[in-house]
Design a binder for this molecule. Sequence first.
Ligand code: BG6
Length: 512
Amino acid sequence: MPTSNTPIDINQSIHPFVMVIFGATGDLTARKLMPALYNLLANGILPDNFLVVGFARRSLSHDQFRSMMKEAVVKYSKDQNINYRILLKLTNNLYYQQGFFEEITPYKEVVKHLLAFDKDRGACITRFFYLAAPPVNYPSILKNLLQSKLSEGCGQGSGRWTRVLIEKPFGKDMETAKKLEEQLSNTFTEKQIYRIDHYLAKEIVQNILAFRFANSIFENIWNKDHIDNIQISLMEAGGVGERGAFYEGVGVLKDVVQNHLMAMLAFTAMEQPKKLDVESIRTERVKVLQKIRRLTPGEIKANVVRGQYSSGALNGHKIHAYREEKNVDSASQTETFAALKLFIDNPRWQGIPIYLRTGKRMAKSVARISVQFKKVHNALFQNLPPDVERSHHDVLTFRIHPRPGISLQMLAKEPGLGFSLKNVKMDFSYENVFGMQTFDSYERLLLDSMIGDQTLFATNAGFNATWSLVTDILNVWGKESTPKFPNYKPGSWGPHEADLLIKKDGRYWLLH
Ligand code: BG6
Protein backbone atom coordinates (compact mmCIF):
# COMPACT_ATOMS: atom_id res chain seq x y z
CA MET A 1 0.00 0.00 0.00
CA PRO A 2 1.33 3.48 -0.76
CA THR A 3 2.16 5.39 2.41
CA SER A 4 1.10 8.74 1.00
CA ASN A 5 -1.28 10.12 -1.52
CA THR A 6 1.11 9.38 -4.37
CA PRO A 7 0.11 6.38 -6.46
CA ILE A 8 2.77 3.73 -7.06
CA ASP A 9 4.31 3.65 -10.52
CA ILE A 10 3.50 0.01 -11.13
CA ASN A 11 5.30 -0.34 -14.43
CA GLN A 12 8.57 0.68 -12.78
CA SER A 13 8.14 -1.97 -10.11
CA ILE A 14 7.29 -5.13 -12.04
CA HIS A 15 10.17 -7.08 -13.46
CA PRO A 16 10.18 -10.11 -15.75
CA PHE A 17 8.80 -13.12 -13.91
CA VAL A 18 7.85 -16.75 -14.14
CA MET A 19 4.71 -18.06 -12.48
CA VAL A 20 4.23 -21.76 -11.89
CA ILE A 21 0.57 -22.50 -11.16
CA PHE A 22 -0.06 -25.78 -9.34
CA GLY A 23 -3.60 -26.90 -10.11
CA ALA A 24 -3.64 -25.10 -13.46
CA THR A 25 -6.61 -26.98 -14.88
CA GLY A 26 -8.83 -26.11 -11.90
CA ASP A 27 -11.63 -23.67 -11.41
CA LEU A 28 -9.57 -20.92 -9.78
CA THR A 29 -7.05 -20.70 -12.61
CA ALA A 30 -9.81 -20.48 -15.21
CA ARG A 31 -12.13 -18.12 -13.38
CA LYS A 32 -9.73 -15.82 -11.64
CA LEU A 33 -6.03 -16.15 -12.44
CA MET A 34 -6.08 -16.19 -16.24
CA PRO A 35 -8.63 -13.34 -16.55
CA ALA A 36 -6.57 -11.34 -14.04
CA LEU A 37 -3.33 -11.91 -16.00
CA TYR A 38 -5.13 -10.98 -19.22
CA ASN A 39 -6.49 -7.74 -17.73
CA LEU A 40 -3.12 -6.76 -16.31
CA LEU A 41 -1.56 -7.36 -19.69
CA ALA A 42 -4.34 -5.49 -21.51
CA ASN A 43 -3.80 -2.52 -19.20
CA GLY A 44 -0.09 -2.45 -20.01
CA ILE A 45 0.88 -3.42 -16.47
CA LEU A 46 2.65 -6.72 -17.05
CA PRO A 47 6.09 -6.71 -18.63
CA ASP A 48 6.45 -8.45 -22.00
CA ASN A 49 8.92 -10.82 -20.48
CA PHE A 50 6.98 -13.31 -18.46
CA LEU A 51 6.17 -16.96 -18.51
CA VAL A 52 3.41 -18.99 -16.92
CA VAL A 53 3.82 -22.71 -16.40
CA GLY A 54 0.60 -24.58 -15.70
CA PHE A 55 1.23 -27.67 -13.60
CA ALA A 56 -1.53 -30.27 -13.21
CA ARG A 57 -2.25 -33.98 -13.39
CA ARG A 58 -4.12 -34.05 -16.66
CA SER A 59 -2.20 -34.95 -19.79
CA LEU A 60 -2.24 -31.90 -22.08
CA SER A 61 0.03 -30.43 -24.73
CA HIS A 62 1.16 -26.79 -24.45
CA ASP A 63 -1.30 -25.96 -27.22
CA GLN A 64 -4.20 -27.71 -25.55
CA PHE A 65 -3.48 -25.83 -22.35
CA ARG A 66 -3.28 -22.56 -24.28
CA SER A 67 -6.65 -23.07 -25.92
CA MET A 68 -8.20 -24.05 -22.61
CA MET A 69 -6.95 -20.84 -21.02
CA LYS A 70 -8.02 -18.79 -24.02
CA GLU A 71 -11.56 -20.07 -23.59
CA ALA A 72 -11.39 -19.33 -19.87
CA VAL A 73 -10.42 -15.71 -20.47
CA VAL A 74 -13.18 -15.24 -23.04
CA LYS A 75 -15.71 -16.81 -20.69
CA TYR A 76 -14.73 -15.22 -17.41
CA SER A 77 -13.03 -11.90 -18.14
CA LYS A 78 -14.97 -8.85 -16.98
CA ASP A 79 -13.83 -7.24 -20.26
CA GLN A 80 -16.65 -7.78 -22.74
CA ASN A 81 -14.51 -6.71 -25.71
CA ILE A 82 -11.62 -9.11 -25.62
CA ASN A 83 -8.55 -7.87 -27.44
CA TYR A 84 -7.45 -11.04 -29.26
CA ARG A 85 -3.99 -9.68 -30.00
CA ILE A 86 -3.37 -9.29 -26.26
CA LEU A 87 -4.96 -12.65 -25.55
CA LEU A 88 -2.59 -14.27 -28.02
CA LYS A 89 0.33 -12.52 -26.33
CA LEU A 90 -0.80 -14.06 -23.05
CA THR A 91 -1.37 -17.55 -24.36
CA ASN A 92 1.95 -17.54 -26.25
CA ASN A 93 3.61 -17.17 -22.87
CA LEU A 94 1.87 -20.22 -21.40
CA TYR A 95 3.45 -23.63 -21.04
CA TYR A 96 2.19 -26.83 -19.54
CA GLN A 97 3.80 -29.40 -17.31
CA GLN A 98 1.90 -32.60 -16.69
CA GLY A 99 2.66 -34.20 -13.36
CA PHE A 100 1.42 -35.70 -10.13
CA PHE A 101 2.00 -33.34 -7.23
CA GLU A 102 3.62 -36.05 -5.14
CA GLU A 103 6.21 -37.12 -7.75
CA ILE A 104 9.54 -35.32 -8.00
CA THR A 105 10.21 -35.89 -11.73
CA PRO A 106 7.87 -33.22 -13.12
CA TYR A 107 9.36 -30.63 -10.72
CA LYS A 108 12.77 -31.43 -12.13
CA GLU A 109 11.35 -30.79 -15.58
CA VAL A 110 10.16 -27.40 -14.39
CA VAL A 111 13.64 -26.67 -13.05
CA LYS A 112 15.14 -27.31 -16.50
CA HIS A 113 12.54 -25.14 -18.13
CA LEU A 114 13.08 -22.24 -15.76
CA LEU A 115 16.86 -22.43 -15.97
CA ALA A 116 16.57 -22.23 -19.76
CA PHE A 117 14.35 -19.18 -19.34
CA ASP A 118 16.91 -17.53 -17.03
CA LYS A 119 19.72 -18.31 -19.45
CA ASP A 120 17.76 -16.90 -22.33
CA ARG A 121 17.20 -13.63 -20.47
CA GLY A 122 20.70 -13.61 -19.02
CA ALA A 123 19.38 -13.04 -15.49
CA CYS A 124 17.76 -14.66 -12.52
CA ILE A 125 14.07 -14.23 -13.17
CA THR A 126 11.76 -13.96 -10.15
CA ARG A 127 9.74 -17.12 -9.64
CA PHE A 128 6.25 -17.25 -8.25
CA PHE A 129 4.76 -20.55 -7.14
CA TYR A 130 1.00 -20.30 -7.00
CA LEU A 131 -0.66 -23.09 -4.98
CA ALA A 132 -4.12 -23.28 -6.54
CA ALA A 133 -4.43 -27.07 -6.23
CA PRO A 134 -6.77 -28.81 -3.77
CA PRO A 135 -5.22 -28.13 -0.33
CA VAL A 136 -4.59 -31.82 0.43
CA ASN A 137 -1.79 -31.54 -2.11
CA TYR A 138 -0.01 -28.61 -0.44
CA PRO A 139 2.30 -30.80 1.69
CA SER A 140 3.50 -32.73 -1.39
CA ILE A 141 3.95 -29.58 -3.46
CA LEU A 142 5.94 -27.84 -0.73
CA LYS A 143 8.05 -30.93 -0.14
CA ASN A 144 8.92 -31.21 -3.81
CA LEU A 145 9.56 -27.49 -4.25
CA LEU A 146 12.17 -27.86 -1.54
CA GLN A 147 13.61 -31.13 -2.76
CA SER A 148 13.89 -30.02 -6.37
CA LYS A 149 15.43 -26.73 -5.13
CA LEU A 150 12.85 -24.82 -7.12
CA SER A 151 12.14 -22.88 -3.93
CA GLU A 152 15.72 -21.55 -3.98
CA GLY A 153 15.38 -19.75 -7.26
CA CYS A 154 18.03 -19.84 -9.93
CA GLY A 155 20.72 -21.27 -7.74
CA GLN A 156 22.10 -18.20 -6.05
CA GLY A 157 21.08 -19.63 -2.73
CA SER A 158 18.99 -16.62 -1.86
CA GLY A 159 15.24 -16.59 -1.39
CA ARG A 160 15.16 -13.18 -3.05
CA TRP A 161 14.15 -14.65 -6.33
CA THR A 162 11.18 -16.76 -5.28
CA ARG A 163 7.77 -16.17 -3.74
CA VAL A 164 4.95 -18.53 -2.90
CA LEU A 165 1.26 -17.64 -3.15
CA ILE A 166 -1.00 -19.97 -1.26
CA GLU A 167 -4.76 -20.22 -1.57
CA LYS A 168 -7.18 -20.94 1.23
CA PRO A 169 -8.44 -23.08 2.89
CA PHE A 170 -5.20 -22.98 4.77
CA GLY A 171 -5.48 -26.31 6.55
CA LYS A 172 -8.74 -27.83 7.73
CA ASP A 173 -8.48 -26.97 11.41
CA MET A 174 -6.03 -25.47 13.85
CA GLU A 175 -3.79 -28.53 13.92
CA THR A 176 -3.46 -29.00 10.15
CA ALA A 177 -3.03 -25.24 9.68
CA LYS A 178 -0.12 -25.31 12.14
CA LYS A 179 1.51 -28.24 10.33
CA LEU A 180 1.15 -26.49 7.00
CA GLU A 181 2.61 -23.31 8.44
CA GLU A 182 5.56 -25.25 9.80
CA GLN A 183 6.26 -26.78 6.42
CA LEU A 184 5.81 -23.46 4.68
CA SER A 185 8.23 -21.71 7.00
CA ASN A 186 10.79 -24.49 6.54
CA THR A 187 10.66 -23.87 2.80
CA PHE A 188 10.29 -20.09 2.55
CA THR A 189 10.95 -17.07 4.74
CA GLU A 190 8.00 -14.94 5.87
CA LYS A 191 8.91 -12.27 3.30
CA GLN A 192 8.41 -14.83 0.54
CA ILE A 193 5.01 -16.09 1.72
CA TYR A 194 1.80 -14.58 0.33
CA ARG A 195 -1.29 -16.15 1.97
CA ILE A 196 -4.28 -15.31 -0.15
CA ASP A 197 -7.63 -14.14 1.15
CA HIS A 198 -9.05 -12.23 -1.78
CA TYR A 199 -11.50 -10.32 0.43
CA LEU A 200 -8.57 -8.38 1.87
CA ALA A 201 -7.96 -7.05 -1.63
CA LYS A 202 -11.51 -5.92 -2.34
CA GLU A 203 -11.36 -2.20 -3.01
CA ILE A 204 -14.28 -1.40 -0.73
CA VAL A 205 -12.89 -3.46 2.13
CA GLN A 206 -9.68 -1.44 2.02
CA ASN A 207 -11.74 1.70 1.75
CA ILE A 208 -13.12 1.04 5.21
CA LEU A 209 -9.78 2.27 6.54
CA ALA A 210 -9.93 5.46 4.51
CA PHE A 211 -13.55 5.99 5.44
CA ARG A 212 -12.93 5.52 9.15
CA PHE A 213 -9.60 7.25 9.58
CA ALA A 214 -9.43 9.90 6.85
CA ASN A 215 -12.80 11.43 7.75
CA SER A 216 -13.27 12.96 11.15
CA ILE A 217 -17.00 12.29 11.33
CA PHE A 218 -17.28 8.63 12.14
CA GLU A 219 -14.23 7.57 14.12
CA ASN A 220 -15.46 9.31 17.29
CA ILE A 221 -18.65 7.30 17.27
CA TRP A 222 -17.12 4.03 16.06
CA ASN A 223 -17.55 2.25 19.37
CA LYS A 224 -19.88 0.52 21.82
CA ASP A 225 -21.38 3.79 23.04
CA HIS A 226 -22.85 4.62 19.64
CA ILE A 227 -23.04 1.40 17.67
CA ASP A 228 -25.78 -1.10 18.40
CA ASN A 229 -24.60 -4.01 16.26
CA ILE A 230 -22.62 -4.93 13.16
CA GLN A 231 -23.84 -7.33 10.49
CA ILE A 232 -21.51 -8.92 7.98
CA SER A 233 -23.04 -10.91 5.12
CA LEU A 234 -21.66 -12.84 2.21
CA MET A 235 -24.72 -14.26 0.48
CA GLU A 236 -24.50 -16.09 -2.83
CA ALA A 237 -27.39 -16.92 -5.14
CA GLY A 238 -25.39 -19.68 -6.83
CA GLY A 239 -24.96 -23.19 -5.51
CA VAL A 240 -21.81 -25.24 -5.35
CA GLY A 241 -22.02 -26.00 -9.06
CA GLU A 242 -18.95 -27.74 -10.44
CA ARG A 243 -17.01 -27.38 -7.20
CA GLY A 244 -18.61 -30.26 -5.30
CA ALA A 245 -15.36 -32.22 -5.05
CA PHE A 246 -13.64 -29.23 -3.43
CA TYR A 247 -16.56 -28.20 -1.24
CA GLU A 248 -17.43 -31.59 0.24
CA GLY A 249 -16.00 -31.79 3.73
CA VAL A 250 -14.90 -28.12 3.57
CA GLY A 251 -18.21 -26.32 4.05
CA VAL A 252 -18.97 -22.67 4.44
CA LEU A 253 -17.27 -22.27 7.80
CA LYS A 254 -13.84 -23.14 6.41
CA ASP A 255 -14.52 -21.86 2.90
CA VAL A 256 -15.49 -18.30 3.78
CA VAL A 257 -16.11 -17.67 7.50
CA GLN A 258 -12.58 -18.46 8.67
CA ASN A 259 -11.13 -16.08 6.10
CA HIS A 260 -13.36 -13.71 4.06
CA LEU A 261 -15.84 -12.84 6.80
CA MET A 262 -13.01 -12.41 9.27
CA ALA A 263 -11.19 -10.14 6.82
CA MET A 264 -14.26 -7.91 6.65
CA LEU A 265 -14.62 -7.99 10.41
CA ALA A 266 -10.98 -7.09 10.94
CA PHE A 267 -11.07 -3.97 8.76
CA THR A 268 -14.36 -2.86 10.33
CA ALA A 269 -13.31 -3.33 13.94
CA MET A 270 -9.53 -2.80 14.08
CA GLU A 271 -7.84 0.10 15.83
CA GLN A 272 -6.11 2.82 13.84
CA PRO A 273 -2.77 1.56 12.51
CA LYS A 274 0.25 3.74 13.34
CA LYS A 275 1.09 4.06 9.66
CA LEU A 276 -0.28 2.90 6.34
CA ASP A 277 2.47 0.35 6.01
CA VAL A 278 2.42 -3.41 5.89
CA GLU A 279 3.55 -3.98 9.48
CA SER A 280 1.18 -1.53 11.13
CA ILE A 281 -1.90 -2.57 9.17
CA ARG A 282 -1.30 -6.28 9.63
CA THR A 283 -0.56 -5.82 13.33
CA GLU A 284 -3.86 -4.08 14.02
CA ARG A 285 -5.81 -6.55 11.89
CA VAL A 286 -4.39 -9.44 13.85
CA LYS A 287 -4.85 -7.76 17.24
CA VAL A 288 -8.58 -7.39 16.78
CA LEU A 289 -8.98 -10.96 15.53
CA GLN A 290 -7.19 -12.16 18.65
CA LYS A 291 -9.75 -10.30 20.76
CA ILE A 292 -12.75 -12.17 19.38
CA ARG A 293 -14.24 -14.01 22.31
CA ARG A 294 -13.88 -17.81 22.09
CA LEU A 295 -17.27 -19.51 22.24
CA THR A 296 -18.09 -22.10 24.88
CA PRO A 297 -19.90 -25.28 23.72
CA GLY A 298 -23.13 -23.84 25.17
CA GLU A 299 -22.66 -20.58 23.24
CA ILE A 300 -21.91 -22.51 20.06
CA LYS A 301 -25.22 -24.34 20.41
CA ALA A 302 -27.08 -21.09 21.06
CA ASN A 303 -25.25 -18.69 18.76
CA VAL A 304 -24.12 -20.65 15.72
CA VAL A 305 -26.59 -21.91 13.12
CA ARG A 306 -25.70 -24.17 10.21
CA GLY A 307 -27.71 -25.16 7.16
CA GLN A 308 -27.67 -27.00 3.87
CA TYR A 309 -29.84 -26.23 0.84
CA SER A 310 -32.60 -28.51 -0.33
CA SER A 311 -33.89 -28.87 -3.87
CA GLY A 312 -36.51 -26.46 -5.08
CA ALA A 313 -37.74 -24.49 -8.03
CA LEU A 314 -36.67 -20.98 -8.97
CA ASN A 315 -38.22 -19.07 -11.88
CA GLY A 316 -39.56 -22.30 -13.28
CA HIS A 317 -36.17 -24.09 -13.07
CA LYS A 318 -35.51 -27.09 -10.91
CA ILE A 319 -32.70 -26.46 -8.46
CA HIS A 320 -30.73 -29.42 -7.18
CA ALA A 321 -30.27 -29.94 -3.49
CA TYR A 322 -26.68 -29.74 -2.30
CA ARG A 323 -26.76 -33.51 -1.84
CA GLU A 324 -27.63 -33.91 -5.53
CA GLU A 325 -24.71 -31.82 -6.80
CA LYS A 326 -21.92 -33.47 -8.77
CA ASN A 327 -19.28 -35.18 -6.57
CA VAL A 328 -21.31 -34.65 -3.41
CA ASP A 329 -22.29 -37.47 -1.05
CA SER A 330 -26.03 -38.14 -1.12
CA ALA A 331 -26.06 -38.05 2.70
CA SER A 332 -23.56 -35.19 3.00
CA GLN A 333 -23.39 -33.30 6.30
CA THR A 334 -21.38 -30.44 4.81
CA GLU A 335 -22.90 -27.08 5.68
CA THR A 336 -23.63 -24.55 2.92
CA PHE A 337 -24.93 -21.88 5.31
CA ALA A 338 -23.82 -20.45 8.64
CA ALA A 339 -24.97 -17.62 10.87
CA LEU A 340 -23.19 -16.69 14.06
CA LYS A 341 -23.01 -14.10 16.76
CA LEU A 342 -19.63 -12.99 18.06
CA PHE A 343 -18.25 -10.47 20.52
CA ILE A 344 -14.94 -8.67 20.63
CA ASP A 345 -13.47 -8.29 24.08
CA ASN A 346 -11.78 -4.92 23.98
CA PRO A 347 -12.72 -1.46 25.28
CA ARG A 348 -14.04 -0.32 21.91
CA TRP A 349 -16.43 -3.20 21.29
CA GLN A 350 -17.25 -4.77 24.64
CA GLY A 351 -20.81 -6.13 24.60
CA ILE A 352 -21.61 -5.20 20.98
CA PRO A 353 -22.87 -8.18 18.97
CA ILE A 354 -21.37 -8.88 15.59
CA TYR A 355 -23.63 -11.05 13.46
CA LEU A 356 -22.15 -12.97 10.54
CA ARG A 357 -24.25 -14.70 7.91
CA THR A 358 -23.23 -16.50 4.75
CA GLY A 359 -24.64 -19.15 2.46
CA LYS A 360 -25.05 -20.62 -0.98
CA ARG A 361 -28.38 -20.62 -2.87
CA MET A 362 -29.55 -17.47 -1.15
CA ALA A 363 -32.27 -15.13 -2.38
CA LYS A 364 -29.65 -12.76 -3.89
CA SER A 365 -25.90 -12.41 -4.24
CA VAL A 366 -24.92 -9.70 -1.80
CA ALA A 367 -21.77 -9.06 0.20
CA ARG A 368 -21.92 -6.19 2.66
CA ILE A 369 -21.08 -4.88 6.09
CA SER A 370 -23.76 -2.91 7.90
CA VAL A 371 -23.12 -0.88 10.99
CA GLN A 372 -26.29 -0.07 12.85
CA PHE A 373 -26.06 2.89 15.20
CA LYS A 374 -27.99 3.11 18.44
CA LYS A 375 -31.37 4.77 18.17
CA VAL A 376 -31.60 7.99 20.10
CA HIS A 377 -34.97 8.60 21.64
CA ASN A 378 -35.44 12.24 21.23
CA ALA A 379 -38.43 13.93 22.79
CA LEU A 380 -39.04 15.77 19.52
CA PHE A 381 -39.60 12.62 17.54
CA GLN A 382 -41.48 10.26 19.75
CA ASN A 383 -44.29 7.97 18.65
CA LEU A 384 -43.00 7.50 15.13
CA PRO A 385 -45.33 5.50 12.89
CA PRO A 386 -44.38 1.79 13.14
CA ASP A 387 -43.12 1.57 9.52
CA VAL A 388 -40.72 4.49 10.11
CA GLU A 389 -39.70 3.21 13.54
CA ARG A 390 -38.92 -0.22 12.13
CA SER A 391 -37.17 1.04 8.99
CA HIS A 392 -33.40 0.63 8.84
CA HIS A 393 -32.31 4.12 9.69
CA ASP A 394 -29.00 5.04 11.28
CA VAL A 395 -27.36 2.32 9.23
CA LEU A 396 -24.08 2.70 7.45
CA THR A 397 -23.43 0.06 4.82
CA PHE A 398 -20.27 -0.89 2.98
CA ARG A 399 -21.40 -2.68 -0.17
CA ILE A 400 -18.77 -5.07 -1.48
CA HIS A 401 -21.08 -6.23 -4.23
CA PRO A 402 -23.25 -5.61 -6.10
CA ARG A 403 -22.60 -1.92 -6.86
CA PRO A 404 -19.54 -1.44 -4.62
CA GLY A 405 -19.99 1.66 -2.51
CA ILE A 406 -21.06 3.10 0.82
CA SER A 407 -24.49 4.26 1.89
CA LEU A 408 -25.97 5.89 4.93
CA GLN A 409 -29.62 5.47 5.75
CA MET A 410 -31.27 8.11 7.90
CA LEU A 411 -34.55 9.81 8.62
CA ALA A 412 -35.44 13.03 6.83
CA LYS A 413 -38.45 15.27 6.87
CA GLU A 414 -40.90 14.73 4.07
CA PRO A 415 -41.73 17.93 2.18
CA GLY A 416 -44.92 19.65 3.24
CA LEU A 417 -46.66 20.65 6.39
CA GLY A 418 -45.88 19.00 9.69
CA PHE A 419 -42.94 16.77 10.55
CA SER A 420 -43.59 13.54 8.82
CA LEU A 421 -40.37 11.47 8.57
CA LYS A 422 -39.11 9.19 5.86
CA ASN A 423 -36.16 6.82 5.61
CA VAL A 424 -33.73 8.13 2.97
CA LYS A 425 -30.32 7.09 1.72
CA MET A 426 -27.06 8.95 0.98
CA ASP A 427 -25.16 6.88 -1.48
CA PHE A 428 -21.63 6.75 -2.86
CA SER A 429 -20.99 4.26 -5.62
CA TYR A 430 -17.56 3.54 -7.08
CA GLU A 431 -18.93 3.24 -10.55
CA ASN A 432 -20.57 6.67 -10.53
CA VAL A 433 -17.57 8.43 -9.05
CA PHE A 434 -14.55 6.61 -10.44
CA GLY A 435 -15.96 4.58 -13.33
CA MET A 436 -15.01 0.93 -13.28
CA GLN A 437 -11.30 1.57 -12.95
CA THR A 438 -10.74 -0.49 -9.87
CA PHE A 439 -8.67 -3.65 -9.93
CA ASP A 440 -10.43 -6.94 -9.47
CA SER A 441 -9.16 -8.51 -6.24
CA TYR A 442 -7.08 -11.17 -8.01
CA GLU A 443 -5.50 -8.56 -10.27
CA ARG A 444 -4.65 -6.60 -7.17
CA LEU A 445 -3.20 -9.60 -5.37
CA LEU A 446 -1.09 -10.70 -8.32
CA LEU A 447 0.17 -7.17 -8.72
CA ASP A 448 0.98 -6.76 -5.04
CA SER A 449 2.88 -10.02 -4.97
CA MET A 450 4.85 -8.87 -7.99
CA ILE A 451 5.82 -5.58 -6.40
CA GLY A 452 6.49 -7.37 -3.09
CA ASP A 453 3.78 -5.69 -1.01
CA GLN A 454 2.33 -8.08 1.59
CA THR A 455 -0.18 -5.68 3.17
CA LEU A 456 -3.25 -7.30 1.67
CA PHE A 457 -2.17 -10.84 2.40
CA ALA A 458 -3.20 -12.81 5.47
CA THR A 459 -0.78 -13.58 8.27
CA ASN A 460 -0.13 -16.73 10.19
CA ALA A 461 -1.08 -15.03 13.46
CA GLY A 462 -4.40 -13.87 11.99
CA PHE A 463 -5.17 -17.35 10.70
CA ASN A 464 -4.31 -18.83 14.11
CA ALA A 465 -6.85 -16.55 15.75
CA THR A 466 -9.62 -17.37 13.31
CA TRP A 467 -8.82 -21.08 13.23
CA SER A 468 -9.15 -21.29 17.03
CA LEU A 469 -12.65 -19.91 16.78
CA VAL A 470 -13.66 -22.10 13.86
CA THR A 471 -12.05 -25.24 15.33
CA ASP A 472 -14.08 -24.81 18.54
CA ILE A 473 -17.25 -24.78 16.44
CA LEU A 474 -16.18 -27.78 14.36
CA ASN A 475 -15.40 -29.74 17.51
CA VAL A 476 -18.85 -29.11 18.96
CA TRP A 477 -20.53 -29.95 15.65
CA GLY A 478 -18.46 -33.13 15.45
CA LYS A 479 -19.93 -34.31 18.75
CA GLU A 480 -23.52 -33.34 18.00
CA SER A 481 -26.00 -35.76 16.51
CA THR A 482 -26.42 -35.65 12.73
CA PRO A 483 -27.84 -32.27 11.68
CA LYS A 484 -31.28 -32.25 10.12
CA PHE A 485 -30.13 -31.40 6.63
CA PRO A 486 -31.32 -30.13 4.21
CA ASN A 487 -32.97 -27.36 6.16
CA TYR A 488 -33.44 -24.40 3.84
CA LYS A 489 -34.91 -23.76 0.42
CA PRO A 490 -32.95 -22.31 -2.48
CA GLY A 491 -33.85 -18.66 -2.96
CA SER A 492 -34.36 -18.08 0.77
CA TRP A 493 -32.13 -16.40 3.37
CA GLY A 494 -31.26 -19.66 5.11
CA PRO A 495 -32.90 -21.73 7.85
CA HIS A 496 -35.51 -20.31 10.20
CA GLU A 497 -33.09 -20.73 13.15
CA ALA A 498 -30.90 -18.00 11.64
CA ASP A 499 -33.78 -15.55 12.00
CA LEU A 500 -34.38 -16.68 15.56
CA LEU A 501 -30.69 -16.18 16.37
CA ILE A 502 -31.02 -12.44 15.91
CA LYS A 503 -34.70 -12.09 16.81
CA LYS A 504 -34.09 -13.35 20.32
CA ASP A 505 -31.86 -10.28 20.81
CA GLY A 506 -34.73 -8.02 19.71
CA ARG A 507 -32.98 -7.31 16.40
CA TYR A 508 -33.48 -8.33 12.79
CA TRP A 509 -31.30 -8.97 9.75
CA LEU A 510 -30.89 -5.73 7.84
CA LEU A 511 -30.63 -7.71 4.63
CA HIS A 512 -33.86 -9.60 4.04
C1 BG6 B 1 -14.17 -18.17 -2.51
C2 BG6 B 1 -14.97 -19.35 -2.03
O1 BG6 B 1 -13.00 -18.04 -1.75
O2 BG6 B 1 -14.96 -17.00 -2.37
C3 BG6 B 1 -16.24 -19.47 -2.84
O3 BG6 B 1 -14.20 -20.53 -2.18
C4 BG6 B 1 -17.02 -18.18 -2.80
O4 BG6 B 1 -17.05 -20.55 -2.38
C5 BG6 B 1 -16.13 -17.00 -3.16
O5 BG6 B 1 -18.06 -18.29 -3.74
C6 BG6 B 1 -16.83 -15.66 -2.93
O6 BG6 B 1 -16.01 -14.64 -3.44
P1 BG6 B 1 -16.62 -13.42 -4.25
O7 BG6 B 1 -15.45 -12.54 -4.53
O8 BG6 B 1 -17.22 -14.00 -5.49
O9 BG6 B 1 -17.65 -12.81 -3.35
